[in-house]
Design a protein around this ligand. Structure first.
Ligand SMILES: *Cc1c(COP(=O)(O)O)cnc(C)c1O
Length: 732
């Protein structure tokens, strides 16, 4: 750590900014590195990279790790060599302005939230590859939500867990079988500091169980203007086993899971309380944090002398719940023994019986055979609940209809707010610079507005195509570098390493498919008829190539078999140079892919994809979606802004469904995607394709942005939950 007190660096409070001029270059860099804001500022990313491009890559783009290899003197020298002075000073000034600006969207639209923050709970946060506390889509969504809340100036505080091993690193063995490796994260390289309680000491919170206490320390991570508090059980006072409780994401058994969720929910509310927050809204992102509501009820009973029922009504009035899971099996369920062991002490304080508590987690409160479901608890403890796309709203209302047996399905009080992505985090810098030249000067401040994006149609088609091509080339070099490294690591022959260095061709239509390898996502849908696929891939005039990436959950054996099948395509000479599998899918891999592919393929078994967000990231950069009409795509596709697989229907039989969708995918490729891509004018430009890219960006970028999403949450959920009046879409 540097000369500067890290807590001061992170919070950038008035006293810190008063002493600005006295900060040396190194401290300014540290201040930048300690606010995750840097990660969505391409100028700052480039600045860190330019300090030492090779180490930057080797260190997973972690600026704190990079700076620890510099002394202040060496940094000054390096900055002089590269004339980085003014860039560092400029970046630092911009961070200060960002932190201190008082005119934001929230100033005019979220006044009622002013004094009492929204407290947002999530089991994972995916903000950047160098902060490995996420596994996939849910985490990246939370990260994007926090970043947009920061940009929009919402009074917002976030709570999660710090996993010191995060999610696993993926490698494939010689057979293409997934191996999982867990690495310890160096805490000193994570942009966080111990949170301090009222007494100035590092804060610890305690959660009682029937079997002893669980203790968590609390970290503070500054994400733009938002503070993210992360609870961590690796502290003295916990048993050796409990010290590892928060080591890994989604590891362990039911018992690990409920203990993590106890720390997140109950511990999280306690931490906020101890830090002096009294939230006006509690937002539970997925059911993992639903115990937060129980602790909030306890606080309300204690502070205001309310009865349990009164306190429950009040807490529910202020709570918002977002559900993400369209299949019953995907929801956390616990048996009565685990619930009593972990919630027993809290239940005593709430003055309710075991049956009452269990009833809160059951669809039928008195059904002793029913286990305790976190989603049910969250639904009962919140007056506003939403799914994450329009279609997922229908599915969720049907799935939970029996909670409101007296209502018809349309009146089941679960609405929807469709997911979106944080544009600055996913838009390639080159593309942003192109937009800068054609869009209104303040477009970055108005990214959630439709009008801004209509300027896409004013861009010169050749320029858009050229920019896309430059990004595609970057992607292909990335793939070659990664794949050759994978082969070298596995000890394969020099010849195969060398071949990997020349695989893929920038002039070929390039399809990306990257996601969790859960079987319902059907990574092998393309492979139903391998001969036909081989024909398409090797067509002499109009070939295609495909890049895959994705992890399977460590316990998902069928998912691992899928990876094996897909990655082993390379042993078939018909596919060898034109199908790639990149190991260890993460935010970095995703960023390269969505910024460089021509087509983003998504073919889940409908309606199992609640929303999906990776396709939204591709939109921003000019990639066209080729997708089953599921999740966000079901409401996004208009016939001219991408491609559809199937007609938005599903058969009850998976086998029939899969066969139909597989045929439909091939048909779409052969009849629409490939001909359009290779239809060139005299300048070699695919005019109609470029038009479709523009339609896609113009009609979708703002609608599926996290700014729009967070604005929707504010207006239709947070403001009414905090007690203001607004368009209250789904109150009950
Ligand atoms: C965006 C993202 C996801 C979510 O993608 P889906 O469309 O839901 O499959 C998953 N993992 C990473 C690393 C991402 O960046």
């Amino acid at each position: 750590m540097s000369q500067l007190d890290s807590a001061t660096v992170v919070t950038m409070d008035k006293s810190a900014s008063a002493g600005v001029s006295s900060l040396n270059l190194y401290d300014k860099c540290l201040a930048l590195a300690h606010n995750v804001w840097w990660s969505w500022q391409p100028e700052v990313v480039n600045l860190f990279r330019d300090l030492d491009p090779i180490r930057w890559r080797q260190l997973d783009h972690n600026p704190i790790a990079l700076l620890s290899e510099f002394t202040p003197d060496r940094l000054e020298m390096r900055a002089a060599e590269l004339v980085l002075y003014s860039r560092i000073n400029h970046a630092y000034r911009r961070l200060k302005e960002y932190m201190n600006s008082s005119q934001t969207w929230a100033t005019t639209h979220a006044g009622v939230l002013g004094s009492k923050p929204v407290a947002y709970f999530s089991a994972e946060f995916g903000m950047h590859e160098s902060i490995p506390i996420y596994s996939g889509g849910l985490g990246v969504l939370s990260g994007d939500h926090v970043k947009s809340a920061s940009d929009l100036g919402i009074n917002f505080v976030a709570v999660g867990l710090f996993y010191d091993q995060g999610y696993f690193k993926q490698h494939l063995d010689h057979d293409g079988y997934q191996l999982e490796e867990y690495l310890d994260t160096k805490v000193e390289n994570v942009p966080m500091v111990p949170a301090r309680g009222a007494d100035g000491n590092p804060l610890h919170v305690t959660v009682e169980t029937r079997n002893g206490n669980l203790i968590a320390k609390v970290w503070l991570m500054q994400v733009g203007r938002v503070r993210l508090y992360l609870l961590d059980c690796d502290v003295e006072g916990n048993s050796p086993e409990d010290r590892e409780l928060t080591s890994r994401l989604y590891g362990g058994d039911h018992r690990t899971r409920i203990r993590q969720e106890l720390v997140l929910g109950v511990g999280g509310v306690r931490a906020l309380h101890a830090l002096g927050y009294s939230p006006g809204v509690i937002h539970m992102n997925e059911g993992h944090s639903a115990f937060a509501g129980l602790e909030a009820i306890r606080v309300a009973m204690e502070d205001d002398g309310q009865s349990f029922d009164e306190a429950l009504r009040e807490v529910a009035q202020h709570s918002v719940f977002t559900t993400h899971t369209p299949v019953p099996a995907g929801h956390d369920r616990f048996d009565g023994g685990l619930i009593e062991e972990h919630l027993g002490p809290l239940r005593d304080k709430l003055g309710i019986s075991y049956d009452q508590l269990m009833g809160l987690g059951r669809v039928e409160p008195h059904n002793g055979g029913e286990s305790f479901t976190m989603t049910v608890l969250a639904l009962k403890l919140s007056r506003r609940a939403n799914a994450v796309s329009s279609l997922h709203g229908h599915v969720s209302r049907r799935m939970w209809a029996h909670l409101w047996p007296w209502r018809v399905e349309e009146e089941i009080p679960i609405g929807h707010i469709t997911n979106g992505v944080h544009i600055q985090s996913w838009l390639a810098y080159q593309m942003q610079q192109l937009y800068d030249r054609y869009f209104p000067a303040d477009w970055m401040k108005r990214m959630g507005e439709a009008e801004v994006w209509q300027y896409i149609h004013t861009i010169d088609p050749g320029e858009l195509w050229e920019t896309h091509h430059a990004l595609k080339n970057l992607l292909l070099s990335f793939v070659r570098r990664r794949v050759s490294r994978q082969y070298r690591r596995r000890g394969e022959s020099d010849e195969s390493v060398e071949l990997a260095r020349s695989m893929l061709d920038p002039n070929i239509l390039t399809i990306g498919f990257a996601r969790r390898f859960a079987t319902y996502k059907r990574a092998d849908l393309l492979m139903q008829d391998l001969d036909l696929l081989a024909q398409l891939i090797n067509d002499p005039d109009r070939p295609i190539q495909i890049i895959f990436a994705g992890k399977a959950h460590p316990a998902d054996e069928p998912g691992k078999q899928l990876i094996k099948r897909v990655s082993n395509m390379r042993h078939d000479p018909r596919f060898a140079q034109r199908v790639a599998f990149i190991e260890d899918y993460d935010i970095n891999v995703c960023r390269h892919l969505v910024q460089g592919v021509d087509v983003w393929l998504n073919n889940p078994r409908r309606p199992l994809e609640a929303s999906g967000t990776s396709g939204q990231k591709a939109v921003l950069n000019g990639g066209l979606n080729l997708s089953v009409l599921d999740g966000w795509w079901a409401e996004a596709y208009d016939g001219a802004n991408g491609f559809a697989i199937g007609k938005g229907t599903s058969h009850v039989s998976d086998a029939i469904n899969d066969r139909r969708d597989g045929e439909s995918l091939m048909k779409a490729l052969r009849e629409q995607v490939i001909p359009l891509y290779y239809d060139r004018d005299v300048d070699g430009l695919p005019r109609q394709w470029i038009k479709r890219m523009m339609n896609s960006i113009g009609s979708l970028a703002w609608r599926f942005s996290a700014h729009r999403m967070v604005m929707d949450y504010v207006l239709s959920a947070y403001v009414p939950a905090a007690g203001g009046l607004s368009c209250d879409m789904n109150s009950r």
